[in-house]
Design a protein around this ligand. Structure first.
Ligand SMILES: [Zn+2]
Length: 113
């Protein structure tokens, strides 16, 4: 499962940060996830609970911010937010829209002790 390996790499990052910043416990972690990252949120929460067991992030809260899909509209010459791939520009209705993001998966912040 894709989400399991995401959580395993999260723990590695957390443990690295814990060593560098000398904290002993993670209370909450907040992730930003784009709609094209292919992450199933339910599976992510489940995997997180499993993977964090016995680690310094055990029983911590996993928060997810779902990012909008960023695109570049050629007629408007600006960045716009669309709901999904192949959507028209919300401002001018053009389909000359290029997706420029959406596969983000990053830690926004952590609450630590
Ligand atoms: Zn447009």
């Amino acid at each position: 499962m894709h989400e399991m390996s995401i959580c395993e790499s999260l723990i590695q990052i957390i443990e690295g940060e814990a060593a560098a910043q000398k904290f002993k416990q993670v209370l909450a972690i907040c992730l930003e996830i784009g709609p094209l990252a292919g992450v199933e949120l339910e599976a992510l929460h489940f995997s997180y609970d499993v993977v964090t067991r016995g680690t310094l992030a055990e029983k911590s809260r996993l928060e997810v911010i779902e990012l909008p899909l960023n695109a570049w509209c050629m007629p408007c010459s600006k960045n716009v937010d669309v709901k999904q791939r192949f959507d028209a520009c919300p401002d001018c209705g053009s389909y000359q829209v290029q997706i420029t993001g959406g596969d983000e998966l990053r830690i926004k912040n952590m609450e630590v002790n």
